[in-house]
Design a protein around this ligand. Sequence first.
Ligand SMILES: [Zn+2]
Length: 102
Amino acid sequence: MLELEDPSVHEALEKAAGREVAKMTRPASEVSPQTVRTPVVGSGRRCPVCNELELSGRQTVCSAACRRARTRQRETAARQVRDQGIRVLLETALRKLEEGGP
Ligand SMILES: [Zn+2]
């Protein structure tokens, strides 16, 4: 691997082959080359939210809109679970009250 953090190396690269080399050897992607193992093309995975657009790389949804939608779905599900829990607790509390006792 080329070490591009060193300014002199960076400069030498640019002089040697122009600015394109620096751009190509330093992609803007947040994923480093070492962590990419599975090929992107032909993954066949689709966005689980809209189920229309194909995902690429490490995407889990196709767009920001779908990400928001998925977050909303999760919040709704979590709220339903919580409401269910509260309902059970309330019913238990009511039953205890009706039973009387200590
Ligand atoms: Zn989508």
